[in-house]
Ligand binder design. Structure first.
Ligand code: EPZ
Length: 421
């Protein structure tokens, strides 16, 4: 398993290009199931999760052609030759479950492995299943698979989600695009990735209104067409690298950012004392002489503070004088980075969903273990600021969500390298 070695303590200086959003691209790729015409996506990030999704879609019979190096992919579901999403793929990537709604809508049948839990929580799918049942699907659970059928097609319905779920909203929207009649979804998640999905579906001929709000209305169509769609920029990658600039007291320009997707995050870093400006090249952060202040954060569904930036913010807070607080309200076990940060000298205490971060003067490099995608990048951020050498193991987590992370950071002066083992 590869590891990443960092000699910390160097302020980052330079430009970082933000890639296309992983969590948008994964959902957009499954849209291709809804039509027998080509769907072309651009600004596609070069990530292992994208490769996994390509493999899954090919196993269903789709043609998937990645443009060499130019971040494009063309997908075409002329016919679906297999409606079974195998456990060995789904267990590696929860987003695989997003093929359920489209397969059911297109074929009237789907057999998708339950994703199972992961490091950050049980990751239930009950909201997905209840919504699809409301749309008329018959569901059975057999040997760890969801067997879903709608032999006479799905029918529009009123769906009220008890809590906001990104994936359940996405699966339901996609299923409803080919249902007979109108579907209304209440308490829909509103993440920018969902707006991007709706944008693409409407370009494919879907009739979805309420984009950007929690009440969506979908008029089912007989069929959808192909289209060409550019994936939005990755707001989580953006926030991650911004915080890398903050913690190292550097000066960086983040290129290709859509800051309207990051309002709450930017409000919080401003409250912390980070100054940023907009330049023709991108969003510029200069933290060379920032005096940072402790803040409190609660993770919430969009437009609240994103849970996917919680670990990275915690790493940054660990060097801010005073006492900061984080309340993780989305996932039940998203603090695995805490013991590793404490091994680097951080002073973080946990009580239920709350973390109390008492700022320390310095972090000391150490060998640390990554457990999930965002925890692993929080350790990278801490290693960039720590004194001495850090070795982050199990970096395959990183490759799922951060394109060429060591190259992007090395171009800004970080002493970072990957050791292939
Ligand atoms: C998406 O996961 C993202 N993944 C996650 O990003 C992100 O953390 C999460 O949304 C929250 O923003 C992708 O988009 C591929 P949810 P998702 O359904 O859809 C509970 C990353 O690091 N829930 O919004 O799986 C669930 O357990 C990843 O890029 C149910 O109880 O998240 C959680 O507590 C990590 N039943 C809460 O809802 C359900 O049927 C929110 O989960 C579904 C969810």
């Amino acid at each position: 398993m590869d590891s990443i070695i960092i000699e910390g303590g160097i302020p980052l200086e330079g430009k970082i290009n933000i890639s296309g959003a992983k969590n948008s691209c994964l959902a957009l790729m499954t849209c291709a199931i809804l039509t027998n015409s080509p769907l072309k996506l651009t600004n596609v990030p070069n990530l292992s999760d994208i490769t996994t999704m390509s493999l899954l879609l090919k196993s269903l019979g789709l043609e998937v052609a990645h443009g060499e190096g130019d971040r494009k992919v063309t997908l075409r579901a002329k016919i679906i030759t297999n409606s079974k999403a195998d456990y060995n793929i789904v267990r590696k990537m929860r987003a695989s479950f997003l093929v359920l709604g489209p397969l059911l809508a297109r074929e009237g049948f789907a057999q998708v492995s339950l994703p199972g839990g992961c490091a950050i929580g049980a990751r239930a799918v009950d909201l997905h299943l209840k919504a699809l049942q409301k749309l008329g699907a018959n569901l059975d659970l057999e040997k760890g698979y969801v067997i879903a059928s709608a032999p006479t097609g799905l029918v529009g319905a009123e769906i009220n989600f008890p809590i906001k779920s990104v994936g359940a909203t996405e699966n339901t929207i996609m299923a409803a695009t080919l249902a007979k009649g109108k579907t209304t979804i209440r308490n829909a998640a509103r993440e920018p990735e969902i707006e991007d999905l709706i944008e693409c579906l409407n370009k494919m001929g879907a009739k979805i209104t309420g984009q950007g709000t929690s009440i969506l209305e979908i008029e089912g169509q007989q069929s959808l067409n192909g289209t060409c769609h550019e994936v939005i920029s990755d707001r989580i990658e953006f926030g991650t690298y911004l915080l890398a600039g903050v913690i190292t007291k550097g000066k960086i320009i983040l290129v290709g950012v859509n800051d309207i997707h990051s309002k709450e995050f930017l409000d919080k870093v401003k409250e912390m004392g980070v100054n940023y400006t907009y330049t023709p090249e991108g969003l510029k952060v200069d933290c060379s002489d920032s005096q940072l202040k402790p803040i409190s954060i609660i993770t919430e569904p969009f437009p609240g503070f994103p849970t996917d930036l919680q670990a990275q913010m915690m790493a940054t807070m660990s060097l801010v004088n005073g006492t900061s607080e984080i309340d993780e309200r989305i996932f039940e076990n998203r603090f695995m980075h805490v013991p590793e940060l404490n091994r680097m000298g951080a002073n973080i205490k946990l009580e239920g969903t709350r973390a109390t971060i008492n700022g320390v003067d310095k972090l000391i490099g150490a060998p640390v273990m990554a457990t999930d995608l965002r925890a692993s990048v929080a350790l990278i951020i801490a290693g960039l600021a720590a004194q001495g050498k850090s070795v982050i193991n199990r970096v395959y987590h990183l490759d799922r969500g951060y394109e060429e992370i060591e190259n992007k950071l090395a171009k800004c002066g970080a002493r970072i390298k990957r050791v292939v083992s």
